[in-house]
Design a protein around this ligand. Structure first.
Ligand code: CUA
Length: 335
């Protein structure tokens, strides 16, 4: 439209369907707005009072008409609902084989960490044709990580992980925005996501990471913070063994259970008394304020590396129907 792009580029597997749904809803709304407005104007003229003694006809109602204006809008609304819900569930369920990235929002920048150890600020490199799952959190206030070209965004909430996923389809450079007002320089909290062909991405990966993988950095932190003195692999320590725990369900001291995932590990490190595993005393100190968000993510990756067979549990909103995924992993890109 006059050289001004109405929509951002469509660069993910979601983009076309999100746009189609959006256009459908706008078109239906526009059609009925115009139809109702036209009818109002037309009837105002047609049935206007022409002389002072005129009295309107007495109408009891019309069953077919009333049924029509109830049933047709219901069908249209249900199409919008079912279509939207289907898309929503797809977007909320990252495929198991997704590549994982950690993102931290901070006034006023985005920090990204790849499990291979590469770190970036206001820039994110990802390959095409592969689902990418991003764990998002914030170091200070509420932010919102937004990839317009991928038609996806999620709040970055201090104190917990949220997540989004996408599968980029087109190499190129696209915007990253913060989509939640977060202070003076909110509008400057922007970045670029660089989508590369898998081969190029592999060589980009090889060029980074001088300080080891996230799991390596986490292992170092794990011993620096003396976690090793209690969390013995044998299970005989004062804390539970952390081997092969990811995705398992554990019983807690209060009789309830919890599934061990990134969110559980995060809470247990920062607020260690919250969900103590049954059979253990709540001896562990809190590490709130002692570990940076990036250190925390590295620690979690280290603990995940102790469960080599586990695929990360995905918070399920619906029981079945795994989200569609395309291509297989490029060689050597496993997590
Ligand atoms: Cu961060 Cu707006």
């Amino acid at each position: 439209m006059g050289g001004i792009p109405l929509f951002p580029e469509q660069a993910s597997t979601f983009a076309a369907e999100v746009d189609a749904l959006y256009i459908f809803i706008v078109a239906v709304s526009a059609f009925f707005t115009l139809a109702v407005s036209a009818a109002v104007v037309f009837f105002a003229f047609k049935y206007r009072r022409k002389h002072a003694e005129e009295v309107g006809a007495h109408i009891e109602g019309s069953l077919p008409l009333e049924l029509a204006w109830s049933i047709i809008p219901t069908i249209i609304a249900m199409v919008m609902f079912v279509w939207g819900a289907k898309l929503f569930y797809e977007m909320r369920r990252p495929p198991d084989e997704a590549l994982q990235i950690y993102a931290v929002g901070k006034q006023w920048m985005w920090k990204f960490q790849h499990t291979g150890g590469q770190r970036e600020i206001n820039e994110l490199h990802v390959p095409t044709g592969r689902p990418i799952r991003v764990f998002v959190t914030s170091e200070d206030v509420l932010h919102d990580l937004y990839f317009p070209a991928f038609r996806t965004k999620i709040d970055a909430i201090p104190g917990r992980y949220t997540q989004l996923w996408f599968n980029a389809t087109k190499p190129g450079r696209y915007h990253i925005f913060c989509a939640e007002y977060c202070g003076t320089k909110h509008s400057g909290m922007i970045g670029t996501v660089v989508v590369m062909e898998p081969a190029q991405y592999q060589s980009w990966l090889a060029g980074g990471a001088t300080e080891g993988t996230m799991a390596d950095r986490g292992a170092k932190l794990f011993s620096d913070l003396a976690c090793t003195t209690c969390h013995l692999d044998s299970g005989q320590g004062r804390g539970p063994s952390l081997k092969d725990i990811i995705g398992t369900r554990v019983e807690l001291v209060d009789g309830s259970t919890a599934v061990i995932d990134e969110g559980y590990l995060r809470e247990s490190i920062l607020n260690s008394q919250a969900k103590v595993v049954k059979g253990f005393t709540p001896l562990m100190p809190t590490f709130q304020g002692l570990i940076s968000e990036e250190g925390l993510a590295a620690l979690i990756e280290h603990i995940k590396s102790l469960s080599p067979q586990a695929s990360t549990p995905v918070p399920a909103l619906v029981p079945a129907a795994p989200a569609p995924s395309t291509s297989a992993a490029p060689p050597g890109a496993g997590r």
